[in-house]
Design a protein around this ligand. Structure first.
Ligand SMILES: C[S@@+](CC[C@H](N)C(=O)[O-])C[C@H]1O[C@@H](n2cnc3c(N)ncnc32)[C@H](O)[C@@H]1O
Length: 204
């Protein structure tokens, strides 16, 4: 974690990269987040153009690619991008993996995605960047597109992961998104039980 007195300083890109360099992926579930798997069993979410920000090893990206979604995954570390590139090659799956800062996505991606799948990226960024997150999501998603996310209520003051409560989600997203579903999920991985908000947000 970057040094300083402000506990909400967060990680720099180098901090994240160090985790990949030392194979310390303590946030990684080793599989797609179970609530997503459940949601896909319960709802008919048709394959479409999808983006996965802060994709990490990319379990969500692989999950979508295996189901016929046209994926763009974004991470600003070499480590994450390398791992996902390898996974896609091994599984012979198509997909675009971008090595860049999510907030600097090129304007050619404006208004181009039908789905964004959020998993422990919103809680990974400095809370000061949350409005920028909403602005970027709003810019790249088509009107009517879905942002499906798991938001992590850690109950902790510092981070990452930074605490995300129901009101944080409502305050951040209400202007640009309709909140279709916002419930604590009971299907979280064991270590996150009772701490994850499953949100389905629709771009206005
Ligand atoms: C906690 S990890 C989550 C990874 C993955 N989503 C998962 O749930 O396993 C956060 C990831 O976001 C990436 N990240 C953080 N800030 C970023 C930014 N501004 N642009 C792109 N990637 C970023 C980090 O490199 C890291 O891989």
């Amino acid at each position: 974690m970057a040094s300083g007195d402000n506990v909400q300083t967060g990680y720099s890109c180098d901090d994240w990269e160090r985790h990949y360099d030392t194979d310390d992926l303590r946030w990684d579930l080793g599989e797609v987040a179970p609530p997503f798997e459940r949601l896909w069993e319960e709802r008919n979410i048709s394959p479409c153009k999808a983006i996965i920000p802060g994709c990490g090893r990319g379990h969500e990206a692989v999950f979508l690619a295996e189901r016929g979604f046209q994926i763009t995954a974004v991470d600003y570390t070499r480590g994450a991008v390398g791992l996902l590139d390898d996974a896609l090659v091994t599984k012979n799956l198509p997909g675009e993996v971008l090595h860049l800062n999510f907030f600097e996505l090129d304007a050619k991606y404006n208004n181009s995605f039908d789905l964004m799948l959020e998993h422990t990226f919103f809680c990974a960024i400095n809370p000061d960047m949350r409005q920028e997150y909403v602005t970027t999501a709003g810019r790249i998603l088509k009107s009517g597109a879905l942002l499906i996310g798991l938001f992590y209520e850690t109950g902790e003051k510092d981070g990452p992961p930074f605490n995300t409560g129901k009101r944080d989600i409502e305050e951040c997203f209400s202007e640009k998104f309709e909140i279709e579903i916002l419930n604590k999920t009971i299907h979280s991985a064991e270590r996150r039980q009772g701490k994850e908000w499953l949100a389905i947000l629709k771009r206005k």
